[in-house]
Design a protein around this ligand. Structure first.
Ligand SMILES: C[S@@+](CC[C@H](N)C(=O)[O-])C[C@H]1O[C@@H](n2cnc3c(N)ncnc32)[C@H](O)[C@@H]1O
Length: 353
């Protein structure tokens, strides 16, 4: 907290995307740089940590996609923001059972947080797995880009539309040194960008996912050049709506994003309509969004659980189906989470969609 207050004392105000980046990634103070927030005892839980069947289904999807691409001898899987490494570990457990696929596979992990990179390196000890600092480094393919809750953790800008005048949201200090929002006239370039992206609709808060757009453009270029696809799972919406989706979570409870920067997670919802437009502009084709529940069920998660349940105790079986419900039920993560798949125009693969 002191760090942000000191920065604000010095700079008076900073745009909200910069605030998010400091709150999450400042070397000493950043939330993702100092603790492992995942799991029951942490602040939130993600799908890979709920059940290893999640990773198993995604592994099967990757293998089927590789087969569709006619089993290329060299094949790259890039995980975006691997968190505590659980998904990658579960993927490898399944991949190893498919010898031919496994012999063609290489994995690269893109991770911004030093803390998470360390956790990943202790969990995943496999010569096929390498860490990269920049997505630009990738220079062969085909590539599958895979991200679970990656895009919703990237910093965004917010712009307030007051009857056609635009004001960017900043944070500043109040007289009693509390962090508060401040609105400053938006710069011309920013207004031009949000107009070009068709972000001006009804509703007063415009969210501009400035970092996600950069990633989508680079990823699209890599897929065009080397073939492959992008598979992401995040929470988000498809309809045009301009609203404030920034949220903060600590101890599995929502709180104001300004109340505990550095000690709470900050995320936003994905504007899928915008993501589709950007990917299409970059000549990719996108499958109709599937919910997490639809996607996992089309891959056979329930059938797989039924097979496994024959070999385990009643207690283990109850636990497995309890976890499955968390992943699939519409009141849990089943409908809120959406699955996006983008690929080149001549790729006819659509498993799970
Ligand atoms: C919400 S966590 C999700 C972790 C994991 N995928 C899971 O589902 O459990 C977001 C992850 O993305 C990473 N991340 C966020 N921004 C990043 C960036 N610009 N480059 C690389 N990694 C980033 C975070 O450090 C973290 O590992």
């Amino acid at each position: 907290m002191n760090k942000i207050i000191n920065i604000l004392k010095e700079q008076k105000s900073i745009p909200i995307d910069q605030f998010i980046n400091i709150a999450l990634y400042d070397k000493k103070f950043g939330y993702y740089m100092k603790k492992n927030p995942f799991g029951k005892k942490g602040d939130f839980i993600t799908s890979p940590l709920i059940s290893n069947l999640f990773g198993e289904m995604i592994a099967i999807w990757c293998i089927a996609f590789w087969e569709h691409l006619e089993k290329p001898k060299k094949f790259l899987l890039v995980e975006l923001g691997p968190g505590d490494g659980t998904l990658c570990k579960d993927l490898l457990n399944t991949f190893k059972k498919f010898k031919h696929f496994y012999s063609c596979l290489e994995i690269k992990l893109l991770e911004k947080s030093n803390k998470f990179r360390k956790i990943q390196k202790t969990k995943i000890k496999n010569i096929k797995v390498k860490w990269i600092k920049k997505i630009n480094e990738l220079n062969y393919g085909p590539i599958i880009f895979l991200g679970n809750e990656f895009f919703d953790s990237l910093a965004i800008k917010q712009i307030y539309n007051k009857k056609g005048s635009f004001f960017e949201r900043y944070v500043t200090l109040s007289k009693n040194k509390k962090i508060k929002f401040l609105y400053k006239k938006a710069k011309k370039n920013l207004i031009k960008n949000i107009k070009n992206l068709n972000l001006i609709n009804k509703g007063s808060i415009i969210e501009y996912p400035i970092e996600a757009i950069d990633y989508l453009e680079i990823i699209a270029k890599k897929i065009k050049r080397y073939n492959g696809g992008l598979l992401t799972l995040d929470y988000g919406y498809m309809q045009s709506k301009n609203q404030d989706t920034l949220q903060s979570v600590k101890n599995h409870q929502y709180l104001n994003i300004l109340s505990q920067p550095g000690n709470s997670d900050i995320t936003s919802h994905i504007n899928y309509k915008l993501f589709f437009e950007i990917l299409k502009k970059n000549n990719l084709e996108i499958e109709k969004l599937a919910t997490q529940s639809e996607f996992l069920q089309r891959l056979g998660i329930i059938e797989r659980a039924n097979i496994l349940s024959k070999k385990i105790s009643f207690k283990a079986k109850a636990d497995m189906f309890y976890r499955l419900k968390k992943l699939l039920h519409s009141e849990e993560m089943g409908s809120l989470f959406k699955v996006l798949f983008a690929k080149t125009k001549n790729t006819k693969f659509s498993l799970g969609f």
